[in-house]
Design a protein around this ligand. Structure first.
Ligand code: ADP
Ligand code: MG
Length: 265
């Protein structure tokens, strides 16, 4: 791939990335030869059937799973050049992670869950103000002293998003963030992610199998059998239904035989 584009313009840059897992006797290529550029302030949805490699793609971007081949550059920095400690600090500063299962600590209040990443990175005078701003911004002030089991799914996910944002990351990676939510709460989370992109110029990558979620993104990357099958902009679709129909078309048209050859990013 050409390297003449300044790396800083692309907070996410994957170059020929393959990630394998051993399952007993066999080796699964969870993603294979994936190249992808995501621009600053872009909101990208990653769609695809279960097992197509979406979560692995996100984990590789987050430096949670080192690739077997290829390179991952985040904000111009090659993750493979970092030690485990450097990678942890880099991730804490640059990347906010959001998961389907919220992953909050059950014994801590909303406030304390949000504050946790600050404690890990070093508390300072401005930390309290940052947490307060996020509670305000995400409508969590009345719920701040509640533990996760006293919060609705949508509220728990908003706490998880606040926690992901507390160190002010430029990149937010979310794996099926609405997968455990009802559709109204799910749409609220999507609206929030869109605002983070538009108002705050954060780069957002959301894994989802729901067209109603993908419709909030600017671009959809479709995964199939570990490869990028195709990509399309969402601008041409008037609503989630038309996007869903297009998605079904591309997935159905490209049968497994299409992917027998190396995939084209
Ligand atoms: P998706 O998120 O699209 O459902 P995944 O990225 O989780 O897909 O998985 C892609 C493929 O890699 C699947 O075949 C899955 O079984 C395999 N895989 C993912 N993670 C692991 C792992 N930690 N160990 C073994 N196999 C894995
Ligand atoms: Mg997954």
């Amino acid at each position: 791939m050409s390297t003449d584009v300044p790396a800083g313009r692309f907070p996410v840059r994957l170059e020929g990335v393959t990630k394998r897992f051993r399952q007993g006797e066999t080796v699964v290529e969870a993603i294979r030869d994936v190249s992808l550029l995501i621009a600053a302030g872009e909101f990208v949805a990653v769609m695809g059937a279960s097992g197509s490699g979406k979560s692995t793609l996100l984990h590789v971007m987050a430096g949670l799973a080192p690739p077997d081949e290829g390179r991952v550059l985040i904000d111009g920095a090659d993750l493979s050049s970092m030690s485990d400690g450097e990678l942890t600090r880099f991730r804490r500063r640059k990347i906010g992670l959001v998961f389907q299962a919220f992953n909050l600590i059950p014994s801590l209040t909303a406030d304390d869950n949000i504050t946790l990443p600050i404690l890990a990175g070093g508390h300072n005078d401005r930390s309290g103000a940052r947490v307060q701003r996020l509670l305000d911004r995400l409508g969590l002030v009345p719920r701040r002293h509640h533990r996760p089991d006293a919060l609705s799914g949508g509220e728990q996910q908003r706490v998880a998003i606040a926690r992901a944002l507390v160190n002010d990351p430029a990149l937010v990676l979310a794996d099926e963030p609405t997968g455990s939510l009802d559709s109204v709460s799910g749409q609220q989370i999507c609206r929030l992610l869109r605002e983070l992109c538009e108002a705050e110029r954060r780069t957002i990558v959301v894994v989802t199998h729901e067209p109603a979620v993908a419709a909030w993104a600017q671009r959809v990357v479709v995964m199939k059998d570990g490869c990028i099958l195709t990509q399309f902009g969402t601008g041409e679709f008037k609503d989630a239904q038309t996007l869903a129909a297009h998605y079904q078309d591309v997935v159905n048209v490209a049968g497994p035989e299409t992917l027998a050859t190396p995939c084209i990013p």
